[in-house]
Design a protein around this ligand. Sequence first.
Ligand code: SF4
Length: 74
Amino acid sequence: MGETRWKVHVDRDACVSSGNCVALAAERFELTDDGARPLQEILVADEAVVEAAEACPMEAITVVDAADGSEVAP
Ligand code: SF4
């Protein structure tokens, strides 16, 4: 069995650039002029992205299992 991989998506239309995700997971997200974006769309499971997704005030961050698409967060 390989490592579990997750797929991270930021809904730019929902993002209000609060910066919570970058504050919690600076190595996973960056803020751009039109909102946050994941630095890696597919990554090895990392609880920091779950914390970021749960801390997003807009629930703009979704994390799913890359293998089967099941929801990991928020
Ligand atoms: S926490 Fe949510 S609203 Fe704030 S910058 Fe990140 S994605 Fe955007």
